[in-house]
Design a protein around this ligand. Sequence first.
Ligand SMILES: *Cc1c(COP(=O)(O)O)cnc(C)c1O
Length: 392
Amino acid sequence: MSKKTPPTAQKPDTILVHAGRHPEDFHGFVNPPVVHASTVLFPDTAHMAPGAQKYNYARRGNPTTDALEEALMALEGAAGVKLATSGLNAVSLACLSCLKTGDHFLVADTVYGPTRHFCDTVLPRYGITVEYYRPDLGGAIRSLFRPNTAAVFTEAPGSLTFEMQDIPAIAAAAKETGAFVLMDNTWATPLYFKPIAHGVDLSIQAGTKYIVGHSDVTIGTIAASARALPGLLELHGAMGVHIAPDDVYLALRGLRTMGIRLERHQQTTLAIADWLAQHPKIARIRYPAWKDDPGHAIWARDFSGASGLFGFDFTPNVSKAEASAFLDALRLFGLGYSWGGFESLAIPVKLAGVRSAGTPLPEGESVRLNIGLEDPADLIEDLSRGFAAIGN
Ligand SMILES: *Cc1c(COP(=O)(O)O)cnc(C)c1O
């Protein structure tokens, strides 16, 4: 089968469908095979020379991993992409790829809890100093740079609080000193925010969430700018990271429909946020796409859409026992961690006490919802059950 050359300029939804696919390499089949492998054979010793053959050992990649990496390169506008065993593994590998002993590392106070744990426990053992900064600093982060500041970690919107960060301003400040900028972009996905185009060097995805989209795999992805790629390839190869081909295949399958899923997640989430905001027991919606969110202006400026994860704070008079009763009364929303799948989820959240850089946070009870692909009316009815359990 001969190769059809795709047109160069493609819109994001078209990239999702076509990128990383080479039917001509696989007898015309639409999808690549799931390559289960360790050994790759060489026809003769000459082919064992470095670079003489495309593949030489499965840990270093195979046609299944290549397909996902190539698709993500196109979507992220990256110089290269490497896969990780989980989102957290993508975070740790990205950090290690650009940090060394003696470095200072600025980390947003709003980062995902396990990212913080990695920064607090592993990095100090290698002589790396971690400093948390207020996520709303923007370009004022400049004042925190030291001569040995090697990298800045960002996440927007941040985990649990959903605070937005001014990524272009932070990237511009980092550029003045040459520090690398890392971003956990799991919430928006590279469909709704393009980290590399906004100055980020290492764009991280917990592919577990929207790329996979079906709550059946954990996987991570790291997309690199040209200057960050050599360090990433070196570290990734040295650490021996390899992802099972069935999991890579499921991520690739999920990616093909991510656009329409996100559209629906966003639409339903906005409807539910509108409904919740009217309720007298709700003090605040935490969702940058929501018109009254403090991060709304930055979100509207830099992002082209919103996903289905958001939070809300109960009014201070709602007790912990009532917040639990609310959650226990839900029948469609499952109680569980992770998110980005087709099914709605809820978790209780206590915001106070999780930060150290002076970010003001309420003392009361909060909830994080993952809005799935169910009918919005059914989800609203379910949330009404929650309110009924605490006296409406
Ligand atoms: C879930 C999550 C991760 C980690 O992903 P895993 O695949 O569960 O390790 C990283 N960052 C954010 C923002 C997440 O929500």
